[in-house]
Design a protein. Sequence first.
Lengths: 224, 347
Amino acid sequence: MSIDWYPLTNSLRIAAISCVLVFFTGIFFAYYAAKLPRAVKGVLDVVLTLPMVLPPTVCGYFLLLIFGVKRPLGIFLLKFGVKFVMTWYGGVLAAAVVAFPLMYRTARGAFESFDATLAYSGQTLGLSNTYIFWRIRMPACRQGILAGTVLAFARALGEYGATSMLIGYTPGRTATISTTVYQLWRTNDEAGALFWVLVNLAISTVVLLTVNMLEARQKKAVVR
Amino acid sequence: MSLIVDIKKDLGTFRLDVQFTAENGVTCLLGASGCGKSMTLKCIAGIERPDSGHIELDGRILFDSRSGIDLPPQRRRVGYLFQNYALFPNMTVRQNILCGLCRVKDRGEKEHLLGDMLHLMQLEGLENHKPSQLSGGQQQRVALARILVSDPQLLLLDEPFSALDGHLRDALKIELRDLLQHYGHEVIMVTHDRTEAYNMSREIAVMDAGRILVKKGTKALFADPGSVQAAILTGCKNVITAWRAGDYTVEVPDWGIRLQTKQEVREGLSAIGIRAHYFGPATPQNRFPVEYVEEMEEPFELILQFRYQNQSKDSPPIWWRLPKDKRPASFPQELGIAPANILLLYD
C-alpha cells in the first residue's frame, strides 16, 4: 500500500507559514499595544484575544463571513485570483487567526516584564531604536517569544475547527493531518486514523524536544 | 560649559517644576525617594518628555517646548548611569562597551578606543565575561566605561552606589570621584544619601515634592541649610518650631527655652535646627538643665536622648551624639550649644 503523504506536507507548510506570519504580527501588536493608552489597549486586547476563547468553528464562521466567495471582500479578492475558501492557503489564514492570540499574549507578557532601563540606556548611548529592538529587547525576551512561537506552531498544526469550516477536506488539495484523522475515523478506517495520529504525535514530540534542547543550551551559555 | 534646566511636568500626585543651572563639576540633586529627582534626569536625557520648558547644554538646545525642539536621546550626547547599571545581559563586556562606540565608524579607531577604555577602567581580562559574571563594582566600571567611550557632553548618575554593599561603596566613591575629576564636563548626580552627596559634589540642590528648595555649595549647605526640608535631608536630627524673639534671640516654645544665635535672626523664621553633635556639657553659652531619657549605641558613637526640664510633653526627646570615648562619667546636669551652631530655618 502506498501512503499518500499529502496531509503531512500540507499540514507542515500551513503550520510553518502561519507560524512565521503570526511571529511577526504577534510581536508587532504586542510591542505597540504596550505603548497605547490604557482604554484603547483594553479594547484592542479583547479583539486580539477573542480567537483564543471563541470555539474555532465560530472563528471559521467569521472567516467565511469575511472571505466567503459571495462576500464583498471575497469577490474583490477573486478578481486577483485569490480565494481563501477551499484552498490550502486558506488553511494558512485559518491557522494564523487561531494561533495569533497565543503568540500575541506570550510576547506581550515578555515585553511587559522587560527592564525598560535597558532600552533607555541604549538610546542614550546612541543606539538606534531598531538595533535596540532586535539586539537587546528581543534577546532579553527570547524565552517568552520562543514559547509563544512554539505554542503558535503547535496550535496551527493541530487546527481543526476553523480549517474544516473554511477549506473543508479534499484529499490531495486541502487535507491536513487533523481533518484526515477525522475523515478516516468517520469512514471506519481506524488503522488509517491511527497512523496519522502517530505521525502527529511524532511531530509534536520532536518540536517539544527541540525547544527543551534550545532552552538547555541557552541556560548553559548564560552560566558559562 | 553649562547646563540650563527649566522644566515643568505633571506627575499626577505632584508637579515637577525645576529650574537650575550647573557648571563644571559635580552637582548633586539631594532628595527623598519619589521627590522627582530621577524624573528630572530622565527629562534631561530625553527619556521622558516635560510638559513644557527648556533644556540647554553648552549652548545646544536639547528641548524647548516653545520652538518645538525635542532631540531624541540618541542625539543629546548625554551619558546616563542607571541605578542598576542597565548592562545588556546578552552581551559580553566587550560588546557592551562597543555599544558606546556605535557613533564611531572606523573599525581600527573603535578597537583603539575600546582598548584604551578597558585599560583606564581596569577591565582587561574581563572582555569576554557576561555582566552576570561580574561583581557589583566591576559592573559599575563596565557601565561607566560604556558611557565614557561614547564621549558624552554631560554625565547623569542616578543613585550610583545604591546597588552596592557598604564596604564596596566607600572604595568606589573614591574611585568614581577621582575619575570624575578628569572628566571635563558637567556631572549631575542624584542621591538620597547626604554622605554621598557631601563626598562627591561641589554643589547640592535640595529637592522636595518636585521643586528645588535650595542650591548652593556643598559645605555652605551643610553649614546653613536654610529650610526645614534641607536641614532634615542634610541629616539634622533636632529640628523644632521656633520664632524670632530678638535680633540674635530665638524662642523655642516646645523646649521652654530661648537661645542666643550668632547669625542675625530675620523675620519669617519658622524653625531652628541643632545637629546632634553640637551639644556640649562644657559649652558655656545657651546652657539649660536637662534630663536623661535613653540611649542607643552605634559602633563608634553613642546617641544619648534627653529632654529640657521645661520641655512640653508631646515634643520628642532631643538627640545628642558623641564619640563613645567622650562619654561623661555621669549624665550632665546642663548642656550648652554654641550660638554659631544654631541653624536658622525659614519657609
